[in-house]
Ligand binder design. Structure first.
Ligand SMILES: Cc1ncc(COP(=O)(O)O)c(C=O)c1O
Length: 398
């Protein structure tokens, strides 16, 4: 398993301004962007100030369109399968509301679903009468494949799975699920918000209909940027719930045509500086090497989990198995106060509230957790220093 050397990490840090000021363990919130990502956005904004927003849009058309090409080469699809969105939520909602549900259909989902996703199932249940069925978790908290297979039946219209949850290192077996669904007409939607830029992704292997991504997290891209992958089947057999003059063409007083490619899931007004920044972020990620990125952040997360496991009274939320870079724990002292104290020492972490993954947190008897999400550009020294200060702060709070 190859990981980045200290020299390579030092180079990544040289290209990441924020590493001079903070010890950033909030990569599952919003990662620090590397300089080229920041520069692309600044250049775009400066040009807007110089010649006007519509004018620079025309001038930089090629650069803007590059996002579709680079995203397609990353996810292994065609550029026509990619829609640019302003967040993972927007992409995900466009996808789920495009699926042709009927009363009595069921949605199969995991116990670690993100709040927004589950709220949408509840909303669809109230509006259309779909049934929600949650798949049991295995001993590591991942989707139990046997239970999923048992639950699949004629009523299953959608299997919707969060690849990596908002608040733990769990990596759901999304490829195995995609294989299980081959030959069925069940829709398959993957929330890759927390895995994109962390875990290598290939939509052909995943065999999914839709996959949603955010820019600001592990991809290290701009805020308010995201992507939706829509498969060929999704493009031909689903219909966007809402359309505008960008996703569709008004052809006659009584007629319109919805674009045949993934533009049908976009809207006219877009964060265009963000589009150039997101293209740079994907470029940067691919140049770094997706496998080494993953191996390095897993290595860092393991180091942190080992440190936490040795701390008295601290309970690590992850239950084992293959784990990514999101490390959460119950410090057994007030997490909000602890987060504030950590920030006074320049450590950025976040608090994951009970409501973010209500089903799993309740099931396991947790309330709010501290989330320390590591990336490949963190150093071992930062993690050890974090553990040292954390232990001291927890001791002082008791
Ligand atoms: C698993 C998961 N899905 C979706 C989202 C929403 O992402 P966005 O804020 O880009 O809409 C989040 C945000 O934290 C998340 O953790």
């Amino acid at each position: 398993m190859s990981i980045f050397s200290k020299e390579e990490i030092a180079r990544f840090r040289d290209e990441t301004k924020g590493t001079q000021y903070v010890i950033h363990l909030n990569n599952a919130g919003a990662a620090l962007s590397p300089d080229p990502v920041v520069r692309a956005q600044m250049d775009y904004l400066e040009r807007e100030a110089e010649i006007g927003g519509y004018e620079v849009n025309r001038e930089k058309k090629e650069e803007l369109d590059r996002l579709y090409m680079i995203a397609a080469s990353w996810l292994n699809c065609n550029s026509g399968n990619i829609a640019y969105t302003d967040s993972a939520t927007t992409g995900w909602l466009r996808a789920i509301y495009a699926i042709p549900f009927q009363s009595g259909d069921s949605i199969l989902t995991s116990e670690i679903e993100y709040a927004t996703n589950y709220l949408s199932y509840l909303h669809l249940s109230r509006q259309i009468g779909v049934q929600i069925r949650t798949i049991h978790s295995d001993q590591y908290g991942r989707v139990d494949l046997n239970h999923l297979e048992d639950q699949l039946d004629e009523s299953t219209r959608l299997v919707a799975i969060t690849h990596v949850p908002t608040n733990s290192g769990i990596i759901n077996p999304v490829e195995e699920i995609g294989n299980m669904l081959k030959g069925r007409d069940t829709w398959y939607l993957i929330d890759a918000c927390q895995s994109a830029g962390q875990v290598p992704l290939d939509v052909q292997k995943l065999n999914c209909d839709f996959l949603s991504v955010t820019g600001r997290k592990y991809l290290r891209g701009p805020r308010s940027s995201g992507l939706l992958y829509a498969s060929d089947r999704a493009l031909s057999e689903s219909t966007p719930l809402t359309i505008d003059l960008h996703s569709a063409e008004w052809t006659d007083a009584e007629d319109y045509e919805i674009h045949s490619d993934a533009q049908r899931f976009e809207q006219w007004e877009q964060n265009l500086s963000g589009k150039t920044g997101l293209a740079q972020a994907i470029d940067y990620y691919l140049n770094a090497g997706s496998k080494t990125v993953f191996n390095t952040l897993v290595h860092h997360a393991k180091l942190l989990r080992n440190q936490l496991q040795q701390m008295e009274g601290v309970s690590v939320y992850d239950a084992g198995g293959e784990q990514g870079g999101i490390v959460t724990f119950d410090p057994n002292v007030d997490p909000v106060q602890l987060k504030e104290q950590l920030s006074q020492h320049a450590f950025n972490v976040s608090v994951s509230p009970l409501s973010s993954t209500l089903l799993d947190m309740k099931r396991r008897g947790y309330k709010d957790l501290i989330r320390a999400s590591v990336h490949y550009y963190n150093t071992e020294e930062e993690i050890l220093r974090f553990a040292e200060i954390l232990e001291e702060l927890i001791r002082n709070q008791r």
